[in-house]
Design a protein around this ligand. Structure first.
Ligand SMILES: Cc1cc2nc3c(=O)[nH]c(=O)nc-3n(C[C@H](O)[C@H](O)[C@H](O)COP(=O)(O)OP(=O)(O)OC[C@H]3O[C@@H](n4cnc5c(N)ncnc54)[C@H](O)[C@@H]3O)c2cc1C
Length: 462
């Protein structure tokens, strides 16, 4: 617990999640005196209730699937089931090692950490546990929490949200997942691997509807093959308790019975009652409004992460936190191009993208100005070895740069590191075609797609 209340800091940061702690680390690195206020655990949603625990569950699911399917690879094994307590122990071990590393890192940068719930009490001060922390700048980074629908009560047992799902002490027989966005499809995927009978209910016409439509359709095909059921364009009407769990009704008249209902309809900002509006910060439906430098309209106050209406991703929070620290330090940083941020949905198969969807590119450039190629992973040796299917789709401006890359298949998330360089450096297909990709890797599919776009396809069937 810090004891330097009363001191004037360069930056007072409210919230120690991805956005807040990244800002703290960079600000301290730049020589600023920083106080970081956190009411829960440093690391926030990503480390404790988001990215890391979900990926651990998904990996446990992948091991289960590989055990079940090992004979396809000539390996004999028997699958005896999921020991959910051991899965949690594995997941919690990962979290606690990372948490230890993070707290050590923050300590090593001489950042003052204050435990407790803070409230903004002036444009330059936050109050915690009755003590006031004053700074030249304040950064709001209080993040987000799971939302529900009007009238849909989360009881934490039969009607749950992602926080509950991550600590569920049983593998349910069956589940309805309300919401086919990133969080919904990741839980559906992990649970199916654990043997759960899963049905996703999505009001929009597609799963992961923000992705390129071709990616959504490939994911839907893969989920169908895996036996994950889904109702698309279906609106939730209500839920009742039954002896066995819940009965979910849809507006189209369908009813689905299951052991539990996971509500994954998005996340909303944490800002109510925290003094933001009173300090003069402009807000919209609970989100703090900022310019491209994450500055609010109050000169001393910035905001980052899920609290502002940008992409709700941990690496976006990191980027925004770093941007704010550098701006405050007078380094003149470049604003973030949000279209250039890689997006990965870590279900099986993975869906990964950067840049514009084809529909967005058509809207921006016109369809006659675009060249698009979809390269099937069927022609990629490593994908065949892994027995995964999917594609790499590249959208480019004719005689111009690549403006969108959309990938579906196992491990495609790893390819976003190359895809983001291609998009963000405005590479021409011919320039990427010039690069030799290592064989046999899945990255060759990216290379092949660019070879084809550059008019010299290699492993492409006519
Ligand atoms: C299930 C799930 C899976 C996800 N998977 C991914 C993924 O794979 N990749 C990815 O990039 N993103 C993922 N995300 C999103 C990612 O977790 C968030 O975008 C990220 O955590 C946002 O960081 P943040 O710092 O804005 O907010 P948070 O991480 O929510 O941190 C805010 C912090 O502020 C603290 N706080 C709030 N109010 C106060 C107060 N009054 N006083 C003091 N402290 C306060 C909170 O305790 C919290 O620690 C996932 C999210 C969920 C829920």
């Amino acid at each position: 617990m810090a004891n330097d209340a009363g001191a004037v800091f360069d930056v007072v940061i409210l919230g120690g999640g991805s956005g807040g702690y990244a800002c703290a680390l960079r600000a301290a690195e730049l020589g600023m005196r920083v106080v970081l206020i956190e009411k829960g655990k440093l690391g926030g949603t990503c480390l404790h209730n988001g990215c890391i625990p979900t990926k651990a569950l998904l990996h446990a699911g992948e091991v289960a699937d590989q055990t079940r399917e090992s004979e396809q690879f000539g390996v004999k094994s028997t699958f005896d089931g999921i020991d959910i307590a051991a899965v949690h122990a594995y997941k919690d071990g990962v979290i606690s090692r990372l948490f230890k590393g993070l707290t050590g890192l923050i300590k090593s940068r001489n950042i003052t950490v204050v435990e407790g719930a803070g409230k903004l009490v002036s444009p330059t001060a936050v109050e915690v546990n009755g003590q006031r922390y004053e700074g030249r700048h304040v950064v709001l980074a209080t993040g987000s929490v799971p939302k529900s629908l009007p009238g849909l009560e989360i009881d934490g047992n039969r009607v749950i949200n992602s926080d509950h799902a991550l600590v569920l002490d049983r593998v349910p027989q069956s589940a309805v997942v309300l919401g086919g966005g990133v969080i919904g499809v990741e839980f559906a995927s992990a649970w199916k691997s654990f043997g759960v009978d899963v049905t996703i209910v999505e009001a929009l016409p597609h799963l992961v509807a923000l992705e390129d439509e071709a990616s959504s359709k490939l994911l839907e095909r893969a989920f169908r093959r895996r036996g994950i059921k889904f109702e698309l364009g279906a609106r939730f009407a209500g839920v009742e308790y039954t002896d066995a769990g819940v009965k979910v009704s849809l507006e189209n008249g369908k009813q689905i019975e299951a052991e539990l209902l996971l509500v994954a309809v998005g996340r909303g900002p944490v800002s109510a009652g925290l003094g933001y509006e009173e300090a003069g910060v402009a807000m919209d439906r609970g989100y703090v409004l900022v310019d491209e430098y994450c500055a609010t309209d109050v000169p001393t106050i910035s905001a980052v992460g899920d609290l502002i209406p940008t992409l709700q991703l941990a690496h976006v929070g990191f980027g925004e936190g770093i941007l704010v620290a550098e701006r405050i330090a007078g380094l003149n940083p470049v604003p973030i191009d949000y279209a250039g941020v890689p997006r990965v949905t870590y279900c099986d198969p993975e869906v990964a993208s950067v840049g514009l969807t084809e529909a967005q590119a058509v809207e921006r450039y016109g369809s006659d100005k675009l060249a698009t190629i979809s390269y099937s992973l069927g022609g990629n040796g490593k994908s065949q070895i892994l027995k995964t299917t999917g594609q790499v789709k590249v959208v480019s401006v004719k005689d111009g740069p690549v403006v969108g890359i959309h990938m579906v298949g196992a491990r495609m998330g790893e390819l976003t590191s190359e895809a983001q360089l291609i998009y963000n450096w405005e590479a021409l297909p011919a320039e990427v075609a010039q690069l030799i990709h290592p064989h046999p890797t899945q990255s060759e599919a990216l290379g092949e797609a660019h070879l084809a776009l550059a008019g010299k396809p290699l492993h492409v069937h006519d």
